[in-house]
Design a protein around this ligand. Structure first.
Ligand code: HEM
Ligand code: HEM
Length: 214
């Protein structure tokens, strides 16, 4: 297996013209889910929890792929390196960009920030719902609608003070992390646009179905 740490100028240093299907599906699946849950649906609804569980599954798949996937998708191809990220941003500002076999160091930091924040959002979501699956949440809501309030115990009603304060803290952290995801997304889209211009490449095409234009 070729090493992702390749010297400048070799052909293998060029990033993929098209990311593999797992990277593409997990990327667009997570991106769409974050935007839906943060902006469009009702927090805590069955749809919200269902989308949240889809995010968890996609995130898990991407983490496994980061170890077992093709070279450019592996974590070892884009290690988190803040100094290299700063250097890359400086180069970007002066127009002297170099190419990397995977994400550039600034893009890599952004990817890790997304994944860490997503882990916080999903963990706090699970705390708030007591780990209930979307089916359980739907059944609880149906029970409450038909007058059976016992289902609310899972949602915190009648819980101990300790459970209640954990639930409140989880909600606070969940809200802050969801907003952080939106801030990261705005920076990310701006970064992709800048990078595409500086490198004269269509990075979005490589993440979709087309090929990076050189
Ligand atoms: C909330 C929305 C979004 C999230 C959470 C997100 C997250 C991510 C993550 C985690 C990666 C790393 C991919 C991997 O290795 O698996 C990535 C890469 C990428 N994203 Fe997004 N993204 C979002 C929205 C977008 C949008 C709207 C665009 C299009 C303008 C976009 C374009 C890209 C591109 C082109 C890359 C690859 C960059 C490169 O070549 O290094 N993303 N994104
Ligand atoms: C893509 C990931 C997610 C995002 C961006 C997100 C975003 C949000 C936002 C912005 C709110 C506040 C809505 C409001 O104030 O009306 C919220 C509430 C909520 N979310 Fe999420 N969420 C995500 C994943 C999850 C997951 C995985 C679960 C559960 C397994 C979950 C469960 C909840 C619950 C129960 C509430 C209601 C909190 C309350 O008001 O008591 N979320 N979410």
């Amino acid at each position: 297996m070729a090493s992702p740490r390749i010297q400048a100028g070799t052909a293998a240093e060029t990033p993929p013209t098209l990311w593999d299907p797992v990277v593409r599906v997990t990327h667009w699946g997570i991106a769409a889910s974050v935007l839906l849950n943060a902006l469009l649906d009702e927090g805590g609804s069955v749809l919200h929890v269902t989308i949240g569980w889809i995010v968890m599954a996609l995130l898990f798949l991407r983490m496994v792929w980061g170890v077992l996937g093709p070279v450019e998708a592996r974590f070892s191809a884009f290690p988190p390196n803040p100094l290299a990220a700063l250097r890359h941003l400086r180069q970007l500002a002066t127009g002297r960009v170099r190419h990397y076999p995977s994400h550039n160091p600034a893009g890599a930091l952004m990817a890790y920030a997304f994944w860490a924040t997503l882990a916080v959002v999903t963990a706090t979501g699970l705390i708030m719902t007591g780990g209930a699956t979307p089916m359980q949440v739907a059944a609880d809501k149906a029970a409450v609608a038909s007058g059976d309030w016992s289902a609310l115990i899972r949602d915190g009603e009648g819980a101990s003070d300790e459970d209640e304060s954990l639930g409140k803290a989880a909600k606070e952290v969940h809200d802050v992390a969801a907003n952080l995801l939106l801030i990261l997304a705005a920076l990310h889209v701006a970064g992709v646009a800048l990078e595409s211009r500086a490198m004269r490449r269509n990075l979005v095409a490589a993440m979709l179905i087309g090929k990076r234009q050189r």
